[in-house]
Design a protein around this ligand. Structure first.
Ligand code: MG
Ligand code: ZN
Length: 193
């Protein structure tokens, strides 16, 4: 944790589902009812995620997870289970020396019109009192257009983690990575410009 209030940081905001953990049902997108990690048995860290997180930390970035979890307000995921999943991941990452600075989640459904559901910026705005984020040198990495749009709104660089070939035909992404470890390759290139 950063004790020095308003210490300027370079951040990476990582989406959770489909980016660091498997999104259930991602191979059969039509079954949207199975898109949520709403049981421990559906929790699987994606290949290269640990490696990617380590690399990002070694490169000097502060890591935040930012995730839309509308299953909470749809009533299929309890906040207790959400927290339990967060704790499991915190433990696993910790064993690899990876610290997540903060986990940010929106529990609302799109119908609720909240200010925090990605691509809305509310969750990141809430950090501004505590952190001086160097947005121009910060990133959002995720598997959806909403992640890229969030990056755009805050003048960060967005990197898409590829879900399938079809989606990348119509993406706004300038940078398309295979996984978050692969995304570090772009960060290095952009940084050295
Ligand atoms: Mg996602
Ligand atoms: Zn919200």
């Amino acid at each position: 944790m950063i004790n020095n209030k308003k210490f300027s940081i370079k951040a990476i905001f990582l989406d959770r589902d489909g980016t660091i953990v498997e999104e259930p049902g991602s191979l059969r997108r039509k079954n949207t009812s199975d898109a949520d990690v709403d049981s421990i048995s559906k929790l699987h860290i994606l290949p290269n995620a640990i490696k990617g997180l380590k690399k990002m930390i070694n490169m000097g970035y502060t890591i935040f997870i930012i995730t839309n979890q509308d299953a909470i307000n749809r009533g299929t995921l309890t906040i207790e289970l959400y927290n339990k999943i967060e704790n499991i991941l915190t433990d696993k990452f910790g064993k690899h020396g990876i610290t997540i600075e903060k986990w940010l989640f929106c529990p609302h459904t799109s119908e609720e019109i909240c200010t925090c559901r990605k691509p809305k910026t509310g969750l990141i705005d809430s950090l501004k009192g505590e952190y001086d984020i160097d947005f121009v040198n910060s990133y959002v990495i995720g598997d959806r257009e909403s992640d890229l749009l969030l990056a755009e709104k805050l003048k960060m660089t967005g990197i898409l983690v590829k879900r399938n070939e079809k989606e990348i035909e119509k993406t706004r992404a300038k940078f398309i990575a295979e996984n978050i470890y692969d995304a570090c390759r772009f960060i290095k290139i952009i940084k050295n410009k």
